[in-house]
Each structure stands twice: as C-alpha cells, then as structure tokens.
Design a protein around this ligand. Structure first.
Ligand SMILES: CC(C)(COP(=O)(O)OP(=O)(O)OC[C@H]1O[C@@H](n2cnc3c(N)ncnc32)[C@H](O)[C@@H]1OP(=O)(O)O)[C@@H](O)C(=O)NCCC(=O)NCCS
Length: 195
C-alpha cells in the first residue's frame, strides 16, 4: 500500500516510490553499512534490477503494509515502511527504515518515524508495532526510544556469517501510546498532505 505523502518539517518528504527512483534507490542502498543492519530480504549487492523489482512490488500492491520513499530535494535517499506481520488480534506491524549513509545524523529517521507509525495505526488498523534492531545499532535504538518504543525482548539469532550470532532487540509501540510519548518539536510537526 502507498501511504499519503507527508512533509516532515523541513528538509525531507515521505512519499510513494516512483519508477524513476530506481537508480538513486540502488545507489544509496548498495552499501554494506546499510545492508548489515537490515533484514535478510534486503539484497547485497543492491542492483538497479533489485530496485525496480521493489518499486514494482509496491506499485502492484504485493507489499502487505505501507511503504514510503524518503525524499531529499526530489531524490529518494532512503525508505521507511511497515509490514503487516499478523492480521489476527492484536494486529501487529513491523517498522523498518534505512537511509543513505551521506544523510545520517541529521535527525531524518527520528522525524520520519512518528508520521509513519500514525499512518500504520490508522490505515492498517494496527494494535501494535514492533521493530527488531541489533544491539550494536545505537542510532536505530536511539531513534526508537526517542519515539516512545519500549524494549520488550532480546533474541539471539544466527548471523549471515557462519558460526556467528547477533543479539537483536525487539522494541514495541502500542496503539494509543503515540500522542503521549512522541517528542516532536512543534516547528517540526508533521503535516499530512493530500495523497
Ligand atoms: C538507523 C538510521 C536509519 C538512523 O538514521 P538517522 O537519520 O541518521 O538518525 P537520526 O539522525 O534521526 O538519529 C540518530 C540518533 O542516534 C544517535 N547516534 C547515532 N550514532 C550514535 C552512536 N554511535 N552512539 C550514540 N548515539 C548515536 C544520534 O546522536 C541521534 O540521537 P540524538 O538525536 O539524541 O542526538 C541510519 O543510521 C541507517 O540507515 N542505518 C542503516 C540501516 C538501519 O540500521 N536501519 C534500522 C534497522 S532497525
């Protein structure tokens, strides 16, 4: 599903993926430092063909959830979205996000998370959201904690490399916790634009 476009304060926009994003998507996604923190379905290397497949899947409605491109000055430099994990009550979604490395440290992910969670709760009728983060991923842990996610459990999983393991933290946000816990400065408040 394609979510309504969101202007998040200044500096970036959340919008639907477009066919013309394939080149910039591949350029920003084809990075070990991005890939190593994401789920195994995120390809490596990330080719233009991979990018086209992803954009086509979303446009054709194959993705069960909401997906947005993170747009800086008209260029897609990252992605954020929610996959529906369970349709049974309580309906659960999983939040995921990434950004091209040149754009790290500008507060983009911190500001992108709240409006996407809000659309997830409203449009997908979710009861809860989870995010699964490696314990070494300090930036992502901080993004989640700043936005009201609470650590629920720790998992030890085998890594992509043989004989090694990673610790993943499961963070959750319950529907209704959002408005109370989000700490979005008023000047940066998200405004939902027409779809
Ligand atoms: C995780 C990711 C999306 C963060 O995006 P970002 O826009 O750079 O994040 P923000 O700038 O909004 O916030 C990062 C926060 O982490 C903090 N941070 C970053 N690196 C840190 C470190 N090494 N130690 C301590 N804090 C750190 C920043 O100071 C900031 O916190 P603050 O606002 O309190 O100062 C980006 O690093 C990324 O794409 N990583 C690869 C993919 C990934 O990990 N996705 C998430 C999977 S769960």
């Amino acid at each position: 599903m394609v979510g309504a476009a969101v202007q998040v304060g200044t500096g970036f926009l959340l919008r639907a993926w477009r066919e013309m994003d394939a080149e910039s998507l591949a350029a920003h996604a084809n990075n070990r430092n991005v890939w190593s923190n994401l789920r195994s379905r995120f390809p490596r290397p990330y080719t233009i063909a991979n990018a086209r497949t992803w954009i086509t899947r979303i446009a054709s409605g194959h993705e069960r959830g909401l997906q947005f491109a993170i747009d800086v000055d008209g260029i897609a430099v990252g992605g954020i979205g929610i996959d529906v994990v369970s349709y049974n009550a309580p309906r659960l979604g999983e939040l995921g996000y990434w950004l091209g490395e040149n754009f790290w440290g500008q507060g983009i992910a911190s500001r992108a998370v709240p409006p996407v969670c809000e659309q997830g709760f409203e449009k997908l009728s979710l009861a809860r959201l989870r995010a699964v983060v490696r314990d070494s991923n300090v930036a992502s842990l901080r993004v989640l904690e700043k936005n009201g996610f609470v650590m629920e459990s720790k998992l030890r999983r085998s890594d992509r490399r043989p004989r090694s393991a990673v610790v993943e933290m499961v963070y959750v946000l319950e529907r209704g916790a959002t408005a109370r816990q989000w700490v979005t400065p008023s000047a940066e408040s998200p405004a939902v634009l027409p779809a």
